[in-house]
Design a protein around this ligand. Structure first.
Ligand code: SAM
Ligand code: SF4
Length: 335
């Protein structure tokens, strides 16, 4: 269905957990335990019910995120149940990739489509600093060496072998801002897109400095040659993709800050606690878990989602931080 600004809303991001096996500085920094009580979290029947109701409003694409979705015990069952909902054309996963090697085959069998893997650095020491993991644990050969960027690359290769499509998401901050060329190389050597997400001033991201995608695009072009804009649709979100000479995959930019894409935003979000969020920037009080617990029938749920879509704000307000009413960490909202 269309919202009141004529935007077709067909994409729902569901945070299936607010827990995570990492503690990224811009999302869920180590000192803070952002996770709520597990009783507050939507159960799988509730998630499927909401997904079914959302499909009735015209949602066609669902992405499961978190926190870290692959630590949820019933994740494979969830993917498979949501994929079977009439009207849902794709179920993607956004993951930090730590468990990807282990889960790829089952995700593919359950019908998962695109896997977005967050990987900000290929360097062990930087990986430890960004993700809050003990540096010794991140070292290759450590008994915990799944917390190693090279292991995440192994997980990506396993996912590709299992027929999944993979995109890498990178957020550049002071720690890794000089690593963009090495990250771009991943799209030259493999059939994957590498996307740069501008740091957003949400939750822990508010206190950090990112890098503008406009500046980054200019540097990439200088280094790798002329970028050609890809017209065809490559994903369901706001990323803009470019091909580069000799590259197998594309470079994507998600420029929420320097190039506000709200005029063609097609998404709504559901937090791990069941709050429906029409826009990332604003706190919301549409508590679908409460509505389900009150005994509401499917029609009431569908009507609530329709109303939320109609009331979706015109745009985010990252440029005027005092207007941002969302104070939750990204791990709880579902980035
Ligand atoms: N744990 C999974 C992961 O890391 O991919 C899924 C959840 S994570 C919140 C989803 C995405 O949000 C990641 O790509 C992460 O880099 C991004 N993210 C988190 N906080 C952010 C922020 N403040 N600004 C921009 N992107 C952010
Ligand atoms: Fe966890 Fe993803 Fe947030 Fe990092 S970005 S702390 S991996 S939820």
């Amino acid at each position: 269905m269309k919202d009141s600004f004529g935007r077709e809303i067909d994409y729902l991001r569901i945070s299936v957990t607010d827990r995570c096996n990492l503690r990224c500085i811009y999302c869920m920094p180590g000192a803070c335990d952002a996770a709520g009580s597990q009783e507050d979290i939507l159960g799988s029947d509730e998630i499927v019910l909401i997904a079914e109701a959302a499909a009735e409003t015209g949602i066609r694409h669902i992405r499961l995120t978190g926190g870290e979705p692959l630590i949820r015990e019933d994740i494979i069952d969830l993917v498979s149940r949501i994929r079977k909902i009439s009207g849902i054309d794709s179920v993607g996963i956004t993951t930090n990739g730590i468990l990807l090697e282990e889960y790829s085959e089952r995700l593919a069998s359950a019908g998962a489509g695109n896997i977005n893997v967050s990987l900000d650095t290929l360097d062990e020491e930087r990986f430890a600093r960004i993700t809050g993991i003990d540096e010794n644990a991140c070292k290759a050969g450590s008994i915990y060496d799944r917390y190693n960027p090279r292991k995440i690359l192994d997980g990506i290769d396993t996912a590709l072998r299992n027929g999944l499509t993979v995109r890498i998401n990178c957020v550049l901050t002071d720690i890794n801002r000089d690593e963009w060329a090495d990250l771009c190389d991943l799209a030259r050597d493999r059939e994957i897109d590498v996307r740069f997400i501008e740091l957003m001033p949400i939750g822990a991201g508010a206190g950090l400095e990112g890098i503008s995608n406009r500046e980054l695009a200019a540097r990439i072009q200088e280094r790798f040659g002329k970028m050609e804009l890809q017209d065809g649709k490559r994903g369901n979100g706001p990323a803009v993709y470019y091909s580069l000479p000799g590259f197998r995959g594309c470079i994507g930019f998600i420029s929420a800050v320097c190039d506000k894409f709200c005029s063609h935003c097609n998404r709504i979000r559901l937090t791990a606690a069941g709050i429906l969020k029409p826009c990332l920037c604003y706190a919301s009080t549409i508590d679908l878990k409460k509505i389900i617990n009150s005994g509401a029938d499917r029609e009431e749920l569908v009507n609530t989602i329709r109303k939320a879509i109609l009331d979706k704000p015109a745009a985010h307000c990252f440029e005027t931080p005092e207007m941002i009413s969302e104070s939750e960490y990204m791990s709880r909202i579902g980035g």
